[in-house]
Design a protein. Structure first.
Length: 280
């Protein structure tokens, strides 16, 4: 039987066709499967190693047709075959050892990766999210994952044993959740600090006043605007920003003053301001 027949492909098969056929047969006959066949699996490996390599394939075809040098199979060069099977949780030995020995050992299923979106305000507390994960065989499984307080945007959190379970007899893989933090608030984020712009009447900025400020966690408090406050001045309020992940420390709330010129003053008010200006 030729290597082409072993993989069930025609002699003019493309490399893509050969790879697809190999993947299908390797999954079917792998020794870790309940219906696996160690001898058949080795034949499939050898056939793929030969005809998936352009140079080896040419030598093999020449030998079968009665020309060229005798083809030598090198089991130490696993190439793409190793990379492909690693994606399914298998591994190979190096240094001249039996390349099939480690595949006979118990392995684990592949890891899964998903993306989860959470609102910015929710990062102020630890939370539990129920998510749906699609496994290798196309099925979906529902799992609960705990997300720590202060989780940062694009953080990747590992959840052992919540990954793929394609091979029932093997240990489950791990689940990696990448966190996307959605900012739907009036605050701008800079690291752990939050910036909030507040409008201040120009007259209040001149004579000084008090304003109410609401933090991201919903607390409202009064802040004094000193006499002569300038546009763009920043007021720092410690420990009202975002949390450091898994810690109690927080960033600051930075209040940025935006001076607003009043446009609805009465004639008497304008005259009063002109008198003040002229006297100065």
């Amino acid at each position: 039987m030729t290597h082409y027949a072993t993989l069930g492909v025609p002699e003019n098969a493309t490399q893509d066709d050969i790879k697809k056929a190999y993947r299908k047969l390797a999954m079917k006959y792998h020794p870790d499967r309940s219906n696996g066949d160690d001898t058949k699996f080795k034949e499939i490996q050898i056939a793929y190693d030969v005809i998936s390599d352009t140079h080896k394939r040419q030598q093999y075809d020449m030998e079968r047709r009665g020309g060229g040098q005798r083809f030598q199979f090198n089991t130490g060069n696993m190439g793409d075959m190793e990379e492909m099977l690693r994606n399914f949780g298998f591994g190979f030995a190096r240094g001249g050892q039996d390349p099939f020995s480690r595949m006979r050992q118990p392995r684990r299923n592949k890891d899964l990766r998903v993306q989860v979106s959470v609102p910015l305000t929710s990062t102020l507390d630890a939370q539990t999210k129920t998510i749906s994960v699609q496994t290798t065989n196309g099925q979906r499984q529902t799992v609960d994952v705990k997300i720590p307080r202060g989780v940062r945007p694009n953080s990747s959190i590992k959840y052992p044993g919540l990954g793929d379970s394609f091979f029932e007899q093997l240990e489950k893989g791990d689940l990696y959740v990448q966190i996307v933090v959605q900012n739907d608030t009036e605050f701008t984020v800079d690291g752990l600090d939050l910036y909030k712009v507040v409008d201040i009447n120009a007259l209040d900025a001149i004579i000084g006043s008090k304003i109410s400020v609401t933090s991201i966690d919903g607390r409202t408090f009064e802040m004094i605007i000193p006499t002569g406050t300038q546009h763009g001045r920043k007021f720092k309020i410690p420990s009202l920003g975002l949390y450091t992940m898994n810690q109690t420390s927080r960033g600051s709330l930075i209040v940025v003053v935006n001076i607003v010129i009043p446009t609805d003053l009465t004639s008497e008010q304008l005259q009063t301001l002109r008198s003040i200006t002229n006297n100065n």
